[in-house]
Ligand binder design. Structure first.
Ligand code: 28F
Length: 639
């Protein structure tokens, strides 16, 4: 602290910072790259709030070579006048720990998936945070190190360092490398989030600059078409059946806007946003939209004779097959639940979305019979295929249910408590063999699969279900699967707490991992949402020094560090495949929960998830390989 004696508010400040720095995961989710990126999103969210309040039209985000980030907006500038606590309001904004760091609720607080912890938490987790506020013709300056103010206030006010005609707020911060394992921002995630934010705020311009390469990368995100542009982007690779439909309205004090378009792709892609934040696990707004949309379509189907009197209704999945939709709401006090706190839980959002959807799509379809007919024909075709699938599925599964155990491929574990068990999907019979020997058979099951399973991105469901490997896997997990035509998935029946993909760190291994990820993402996405899917990270090297014990190195970064710190000479063994390790090494390095490394598979956000799947299963291999190696490098401890 700047002055020697501590006042009561200093103590509160120090205790608050201590809380954040001791348990950063509580405030930003994790200290992985995802948590690191969240620091930027939190600061940007505050600038977006200023846009939502109607005072900011442009936000700039710069990634600097030294690893710091600067976010600037042209809003009003954080207030600097004396607050009743006898110090500048701005100092309070950056040091007071509570949701959002905003005292008034006049502006929608964008509560990110982690409830908008505000700039103060970012401040506490930064080696330094430098703030410049352009307001009242002056540049007001404040600076913090690990959240501690290092500037003397003058009569409670911030010092001014210059004159200006602009208004706005500029924050530069450097993540604290004693908190974050890796402090290198992942530009792609920042860019996709900025692009998403631009779509959701058509009047906003976001300028992104990455200065870390040899030449700076500059991108301007400005999407005046808003979510209509977003739908266009999501559907750019498919053939559309009609023009994009857009509607909006207000109900129960909640602003609702929505756009949708049907394409020739057997996928449902309905994305929910609340206060500009993507809700990966959906929530009540989507429930309201989906149920009402299905009800209205069934009404029209009966009116137009598409459904005969005694025929059952279309179900939600029939109606939404081929639909890409965005439901974006602004809610004054959002509540979230679910594993990653991204599932909207407000019941009023269900009513509001239901009301606006019901009114607006009736108004639209009454005036656009052609589009309505297209939507009805999509629903009709889906229902037909669903019924055909049900026939196929029951035959396959009935037969399969009894023949599964004769399959014998699965070396199951003895323990039957799913919370304690884990299953390794191991590429190749040789590795599968040594894994069966190496494992702890009490709680570790091994399911060896051959190198290449079916490319599930394009294959139809009945083809997929005839693939022995996939059938065995689905049966082993025990929770079924959900494809367009019927949600037979039930996560409560999952037999394992962890599903660990164990493949070689080569292109084939990467290929099998992407195929499995796509299978899970398409047919059992909840496995990923609920955090059950992991990628085993076997060591890449074993270093054997002349003197001292051998050491396993898990990536090139670890090898670099080892080279720097190793005094004596050492020989290095590069592992090409799991099969090269004997059972005890495999146990020690990859199976033993106390010593192994696992990468937990997360769905970052709708765009990257679907484009990742698309990119993974697209025609050119290069981006697929880069993606896997890039993600493999982000290995996290098995927390
Ligand atoms: C680089 C990140 O954080 N921009 C912000 C404002 C503007 C106001 C504000 C922020 C009042 C006291 C709660 C100004 N004038 N960009 C940002 N711009 N916070 S954060 O007010 C904070 C509330 O604390 C602002 C009048 N009302 C609000």
């Amino acid at each position: 602290m700047a002055n020697s004696q501590y006042t009561a508010s200093d103590i509160t400040l120090l205790e608050g910072l201590e809380a954040v720095r001791k348990r950063p995961g509580m405030y930003i989710g994790s200290v992985s790259t995802k948590g690191l990126n969240h620091l930027i999103f939190e600061i940007v969210d505050n600038a977006v709030d200023e846009h939502l309040a109607g005072f900011c039209s442009e936000i700039s985000v710069v990634l600097h070579k030294d690893g710091s980030c600067t976010v600037t907006d042209n809003g009003r500038g954080v207030p600097v006048d004396l607050h009743e606590k006898g110090m500048s309001a701005a100092r309070l904004v950056y040091t007071t720990l509570h949701a959002g760091g905003k005292f008034d609720d006049s502006v929608y607080k964008t509560s990110g998936g982690l409830h908008g912890v505000g700039s103060s938490a970012v401040n506490a987790l930064s080696a330094y945070m430098d703030v410049e506020i352009f307001r009242d013709g002056l540049i007001h300056h404040d600076r913090y190190e690990k959240g501690i103010p290092v500037i003397e206030l003058e009569n409670g006010l911030l010092p001014t360092i210059g004159k200006t005609r602009q208004t706005g707020t500029k924050v530069r911060f450097l993540p604290d490398d004693t908190i974050f394992e890796k402090t290198w921002f992942r530009a792609d995630d920042i860019k996709s989030r900025m692009h998403e934010t631009a779509y959701l705020n058509p009047e906003l311009t976001i300028k992104f600059t990455d200065e870390r390469g040899d030449t700076p990368e500059k991108i301007t995100y400005h999407e005046p078409d808003g979510i209509i542009g977003f739908i266009k982007e999501l559907n750019k690779k498919n053939e559309a059946y009609h023009d994009i439909v857009y509607f909006s309205g207000i109900a129960e004090g909640i602003e609702v806007e929505c756009a949708f378009q049907y394409v020739n792709d057997f996928h449902e892609n309905v994305l929910g946003f609340c206060n500009n934040i993507y809700n990966a696990e959906g929530g009540t707004h989507l429930t309201g939209f989906k149920t009402t949309f299905t009800t209205v379509i069934n009404q029209y189907a009966r009116e137009l004779g598409v459904l005969k009197e005694k025929e059952p209704n279309f179900n939600g999945t029939d109606v939404r097959n081929g639909m890409t939709a965005i439901v974006s709401i602004k809610h004054p006090d959002p509540r979230f639940e679910g594993q990653t706190k991204t599932k909207l839980d407000n019941p009023d959002a269900t009513r509001a979305c239901s009301k606006v959807t019901g009114d607006e799509i009736t108004r639209y379809f009454d005036r656009n019979l052609e589009v309505l007919k297209k939507v009805l024909s999509c629903a009709e075709r889906s229902a037909k295929i669903r019924k055909a699938e049900e026939k196929v599925r029951t035959t396959i599964f009935t037969k399969q249910k009894y023949s599964f155990d004769s399959n014998g491929k699965l070396a199951n574990c003895e323990n039957k408590d799913p919370k304690k068990c884990e299953i390794f999907i191991v590429e190749g019979d040789s590795a599968g063999g040594s894994a069966k020997t190496a494992r702890n058979r009490n709680f570790q099951a091994i399911l060896p699969i051959r190198g290449k399973i079916l490319n599930v991105e394009k294959a139809s469901i009945d083809k997929i279900l005839q693939n022995a490997e996939i059938k065995t896997m689905i049966n082993a997990f025990g929770c079924g699967f959900s494809e367009g035509y019927g949600n037979d998935f039930d996560i409560t029946k999952l037999r394992y707490d962890k599903i660990i993909i164990m493949a070689d760190a080569d292109v084939d291994g990467a290929h099998i991992s992407t195929l499995l990820l796509t299978l899970f993402y398409r047919f059992m996405p909840e496995l990923i949402y609920e955090g059950h899917v992991y990628i085993a990270m076997p060591p890449l090297y074993k270093a054997m020094p002349k003197s001292g014990k051998e050491e396993y190195l898990y990536d090139d970064y670890a090898l670099e560090v080892y080279r720097k710190n190793q005094k004596s000479t050492f020989t290095l063994q590069r592992y090409k495949g799991l099969g090269e390790m004997d059972a005890s090494q495999l146990w020690e390095t990859t199976l033993n929960p106390d010593t192994r490394l696992l990468k937990q598979v997360e769905i970052e956000d709708a765009m990257s998830a679907s484009s990742i799947t698309e990119m993974l299963m697209g025609s050119d291999v290069a981006p697929r390989r880069d993606f896997i190696y890039e993600n493999a490098k982000e290995a996290e401890l098995d927390i």
